[in-house]
Design a protein around this ligand. Structure first.
Ligand code: HEC
Length: 601
């Protein structure tokens, strides 16, 4: 029997020849992955730790299951130290659901990073589940790789380990000493990385037929001349020049800018790449971004030069409202500007879409657009009267400007005043901003009026240094409604968000999870199918903030932070775009007179 086992082991060793493996001292590049609970982890976020320890997990592997017990014990043992323990799952065959099941059966409490594209496991050259490795955040190098200890072997385990490879190495890393034994043979279940064996074929990925079309579909809307992106994907040479950076932003999920958990909800404006697209791009880049045969679709693509993103679908806007010109200094904090502009449209209209085009994208931070009647007296003299006030889509990078869905619109009476609340952030050079709003009009009165409900919790307090501070708010929906989109909002310390509905029977359903919130992008998440919210339900929004120094966007980790307009203050805010299922009054008979009458009671 013993002999038999030896043979198997040597067969496996033989089999492993030619398979690369993770190596001690190799550099680990940054990446971002979601765990089984939907939290997002970026490797470099943990730069304040003394060591990061990974166990390669895979469902159904006896060695990985067995090693996990000791791995959890070690985590417990080092809980007073700045050591972070992760599991990493790169298995082709495992899904979030099956990982959750395995975690429940084997009592895994650690974050299991789900490498569903295999791009991270492949680049690290991990080979087997059950393998462990330590990353030293001081150097981002692998300090140890191999077996956890010498207790386990195939179909056999000793009662006690006599060699504690991982623990010894970990102590040495923490003490800043050289690791004496930095690699051992690992054993466990081989992971199938089919693409690793296809490396020769990656050179044949066609720029012309595979790569450029992905870029045209997913990137050039912004990465074009005059677009939002900092560089234009004009041709092959530009793409090749930026290709390593493209690989980095794909691995860290910075680009395309889309921050929702892909396993929850479906959104019509989803900008994320599919798993196949990510793999194609990264494999093509890793094989040197070859030009190959064929034309250059980027040179031929009809990339819109219009300033209006709606123009291709809706034509030029019917009306353009100019937002007054503002001088922006080179540095400092510019107070919020409130611009009031009399509506110059001579008739009552139903708005199909609005879009704001920034005069200077670099400094225009956001615009909130409202309209209504101006108070002639009182403390809010000169500002809009709350009773008459309504909103239109504003501006922030990433905000959707799609036309209102489903035979719906917003009624805009002729003689109202627009209020543009504009926030500028100086960027080191003086400039002048003159932004404008385009309005597209519906030919006929729609059946439904769209409105926006706001979730506001202004009682928030985010303690200095807190890494994961949570607050929430709810609002009750009074009539049967359809929910079209949600824009959950926070400022620089915003870390994650979750939006759910609690039905009248108490059941809760998560509609949107944003595990990786980025203040630079104010995305409104547009549901593919509107969500029916029955009367009496509650909408709930949870925000998490990171007020620690590890949050690189944090303006000051040493202060408690409260609600406030400025980006160095914070918000728990959400804009919920909805309509009622049944209108009380016939929406199409809306006129200036009853618009006002309905708001004077
Ligand atoms: C909605 C607009 C938008 C889309 C779509 C978009 N980008 Fe970007 N991209 C930006 C903006 C704005 C920046 C600069 C700010 C930032 O880095 O977050 C940027 C930055 C980048 C950078 C980093 C440049 C640098 O040197 O820091 C790369 C690389 C990049 N994008 C690649 C891509 C790729 C590849 C795609 C498509 C798969 C894509 N982007 C899709 C807007 C976009």
């Amino acid at each position: 029997m013993k002999k038999f086992k030896l043979i198997i082991t040597s067969l496996i060793v033989l089999f492993s020849v030619g398979i690369h493996s993770i190596e001690a001292n190799q550099k680990v590049e940054n990446f971002r992955l979601n765990d089984q609970l939907g939290n997002s982890h970026e490797l470099f976020y943990y730069s304040d730790h003394e060591a990061l320890v990974f166990l390669v997990q895979g469902n159904g592997c006896p060695i990985a299951r067995n090693a996990s017990v000791r791995f959890h014990e070690l985590e417990e043992m080092y809980s007073g130290k700045k050591v972070k323990f992760f599991m990493l799952n790169s298995n082709l065959q495992d899904s979030k659901a099956s990982i959750l099941e395995e975690a429940a059966s084997y009592d895994y409490k650690l974050p299991i990073l789900m490498d569903d594209t295999q791009l991270i496991g492949e680049a690290l050259e991990i080979t087997r589940t059950g393998e462990v490795f330590i990353v030293d955040p001081k150097t981002w190098k692998v300090a140890y790789t191999g077996a956890l200890d010498d207790r386990l072997s195939y179909e056999n385990q000793k009662k006690e380990a006599s060699q504690h490879f991982l623990k010894d190495a970990l102590d040495q890393v923490i003490e800043g000493r050289a690791v004496a034994l930095s690699s051992t043979d690992s054993l466990g279940c081989l992971i199938n990385f089919p693409e690793q064996r296809n490396k020769a074929e990656h050179k044949l990925i066609s720029y012309s037929q595979d790569i450029a079309p992905i870029l045209i579909d997913n990137c050039t809307a912004c990465h074009r001349k005059g677009g939002l992106g900092p560089w234009a994907m004009t041709d092959y040479n530009m793409v090749k020049g930026f290709s390593l950076m493209m690989r980095e932003v794909i691995r860290t999920k910075r680009m395309p800018p889309w921050h929702a958990d892909p396993s929850i909800g479906h959104f019509s404006n989803d900008r994320s790449l599919s798993s196949d697209e990510m793999k194609k791009l990264v494999h093509w880049i890793e094989s040197g971004s070859p030009r190959g045969e064929g034309n250059d679709p980027l040179l031929e693509a009809e990339i819109s030069e219009s300033v209006w993103s709606n123009e291709s679908e809706l034509g030029p806007p019917d009306y353009v409202i100019e937002i007054p010109t503002t001088d922006i200094p080179a540095t400092g904090v510019v107070d919020y500007k409130y611009h009031f502009v009399k509506n110059n449209i001579k008739e009552d209209i139903w708005v199909k879409a609005t879009e704001i085009v920034p005069g200077d994208k670099a400094v225009l931070h956001h615009v909130i657009t409202s309209f209504g009647e101006v108070n002639l007296k009182g403390p809010r003299k000169g500002r809009l009267n709350f009773r008459t006030m309504k909103g239109l889509r504003g501006y922030a990078p990433g905000i959707t400007t799609n036309p209102f869905p489903d035979n719906s619109g917003t009624f805009l009476p002729s003689d109202v005043t627009f209020e543009f609340q504009v926030h500028y952030t100086p960027v080191g050079r003086k400039t002048v901003d003159s932004s404008k709003m385009g309005i597209w009009v519906l030919d006929e009165a729609p059946e439904h009026e769209i409105f926006t409900n706001s979730m506001i919790n202004s009682r928030i307090k985010i303690p200095a240094g807190a890494k994961n501070h949570q607050e929430f708010d709810t609002m009750t929906v009074k009539k049967d409604s359809l929910l079209y989109s949600v824009l959950p909002h926070a400022h620089y310390r915003g870390k994650a968000m979750e939006v759910s509905v609690i039905y009248p029977d108490g059941e809760e359903e998560i509609l949107l999870s944003v595990p990786n919130y980025d203040f630079n992008w104010q995305t409104s998440y547009d549901f593919k199918e509107p969500v029916f919210i029955p009367k009496g339900s509650k909408l709930k929004q949870i925000n998490w903030w990171d007020n620690s120094k590890q949050n690189l966007a944090n303006p000051d980790p040493s202060v408690d932070v409260y609600w406030g307009d400025q980006s160095f203050e914070e918000m728990l805010f959400g804009a919920f775009m909805m309509r009622h299922v049944k209108e009380d009054e016939v929406v199409s008979s809306q006129t200036s007179e009853n618009y006002r009458a309905s708001r004077e009671d």
